[in-house]
Design a protein around this ligand. Structure first.
Ligand code: NAD
Length: 486
């Protein structure tokens, strides 16, 4: 395994524009921290608006050649990047653990998951098809083709530094689009290392451009309002997504939005409780609870709620908290102290309204931003934890008595990303597919993500889908031509 210092020495610290590593014009920098120790890992370039526009210039300069590059060539480049990321699994995993905090085993899981988008879309690049046929009158031939949408701008969050980037970059490149990527300022190193990996496999200059910055708004706004940009794809909070949609509306820009979640995890009285507990551990504690797909509300039938709470508390109280690089750690640090405060405040509010803490419930003293893995039961209606995205290792249990009541509670949110349902009744499972207002559902399973899945939400959780057969269509636009038959 590579040492931390050797790895950090390999990670670029500049902006990647037009195939070159360059300093920010104003020579400003930003520090990247390890949330487990609060120590500085690296000091990297911090772009201003001029740098961001230069990145777009490079994507625009490369767009025609990349769109005209044979699909097989685009596919092979994505495939080569997949192979090299795989070879660099240890490096990518350690880098994510260092800058984001997730346990190393989970970071490896993210490398496998995130890298699959490169493989999946390398396979999709050569399967972009159209239609050809007669019009109903028989007077014309209709040709329907799919064209690359054009230069894209991606803004990504800190919680899955590799996967959130590859889930956008891979379909865009497969479709023939060039891109500018702005990773989150908290975890930019993984994206810089990914750009280097693409450079190492020979991706032509300007196809991917990356800028890192302290100044998200100032750098993003001029790109979004630039008439040369054709697509904005964002993953992050609903609040920021709404602002970006408003900015994008000025130029009627195509947008994809992967926003916040508030996933219900519904356990019916006929569920296999051991399976439900297993699913709950994955759905809640993966990524230290900092996932848009994290189960936010456990809605458990009152007849099995005590047993579910007891079994899950046994598992949660045995979890090991620590730096993600340490052996056997299940719960790393939260991203910053503000996140610790959020978890603490949500637990305090739930308790004030009648909930009971079964394990955990407090911040961990000492260096780093740690919060104990926590279970709170008997959460009462009106508690903030039911309406707020927790983004921490807190499992909150509320109860219901009838199926209609369970469904009403599950749907009682403005979000609609994913739901989880545990039942052994097949007919009920199918009813839940129809009745739960979410873009995705796990039926007797706690993790739904994979590269072949159309990932995305409804309601305030967003617009568009990433991955699956649908994913590439976010980067294609339909061009219809009519040719008279005579
Ligand atoms: P965030 O919205 O604070 O930041 C996301 C990105 O937007 C970062 O790169 C940030 O620098 C940038 N940003 C912030 N303000 C901006 C502005 N005014 N203009 C342009 N860019 C701006 O979100 P976060 O805290 O990084 O991520 C957590 C959120 O992301 C959670 O709500 C989570 O549910 C969501 N998320 C959603 C998905 C999904 O697929 N639906 C996946 C992962 C995370």
């Amino acid at each position: 395994m590579i040492s931390e210092s050797d790895l950090l020495a390999q990670v670029p610290t500049q902006l990647f524009i037009g195939g070159e590593w360059v300093d920010a014009a104003a020579e400003e920098t930003l520090d990247v921290h390890d949330p487990a120790t609060n120590k500085v890992l690296a000091t990297i370039a911090s772009a201003r608006a001029d740098d961001a526009v230069r990145a777009l210039d490079a994507a625009v300069a490369a767009k025609d050649e990349w769109a005209a590059t044979a699909p097989r060539v685009r596919a092979e480049l994505l495939r080569s990047a997949f192979e090299l990321v795989k070879e660099r699994t240890d490096e990518f995993a350690l880098l994510m653990t260092l800058e984001m905090g997730k346990p190393l085993a989970e970071a490896r899981g993210e490398v496998a998951y995130g890298n699959e988008f490169l493989r999946w879309f390398s396979e999709e690049a050569v399967r972009i098809t159209g239609r050809y046929g007669l019009n109903p009158e028989g007077t014309g031939r209709m040709v329907v083709a799919q064209r690359p949408v054009g230069p894209c701008f991606f803004i990504t969050p800190w919680n899955f530094p590799l996967a959130m980037a590859t889930r956008k970059i891979a379909p865009a490149l497969a479709a023939g689009c060039t891109v500018v990527v702005k990773p989150a300022e908290l975890t930019p190193l993984t994206t810089l290392y990914l750009a280097k990996t693409f450079q190492d496999v020979g991706l032509p200059a300007g196809v991917i451009n990356v800028f890192t910055t302290h100044f998200s708004r100032e750098t993003s706004a001029p790109i979004i309002s630039d008439p040369r940009l054709r697509k904005l794809s964002f993953t992050g909070s609903t609040e920021v997504g709404q602002k970006l949609i408003a900015q994008a509306s000025e130029r009627v820009l195509r947008v994809s939005m992967e926003l916040g979640g508030n996933a219900p995890f519904v356990v019916f009285e006929d569920a296999d409780l051991d399976a439900a507990v297993e699913g709950a551990m994955a759905a809640k504690f993966r990524n230290i609870g900092q996932a848009c797909t994290a189960a936010n509300r456990f809605i458990v039938h009152s007849s099995v709620a005590d047993e579910f709470a007891r079994k899950v508390t046994e598992r949660v109280s045995a979890m090991k908290v620590g730096r993600g690089t340490d052996e056997g750690v299940n719960i790393g640090p939260l991203i910053d102290d503000r996140a610790v405060e959020t978890s603490r405040d949500l637990v305090a509010d739930a308790v004030a309204k009648g909930a009971r803490v079964l394990t955990g419930g407090s911040a961990v003293d000492g260096e780093g931003s740690f919060f104990e893995p926590t279970v709170v039961a008997d959460v009462q209606p009106g508690s903030q934890i039911l309406t707020t995205e927790i983004f921490g290792p807190v499992l909150a249990i509320a109860t219901f008595d009838t199926e209609d009541e369970g469904v009403a509670l599950a749907n009682d949110t403005d979000y609609g990303l994913v739901s989880y349902v545990y039942t052994r009744d097949l007919a009920r499972g199918h009813r839940m597919i129809d009745r739960l207002e979410t873009g995705m559902m796990g039926l007797n399973v706690g993790v739904v993500s994979n590269a072949a899945a159309p990932f995305g939400g409804v309601k305030l959780s967003g617009l568009g889908r990433e991955g699956g057969l649908e994913g590439i269509h976010e980067y294609l636009s339909t061009k219809y031509t009519l040719i008279p038959t005579t």
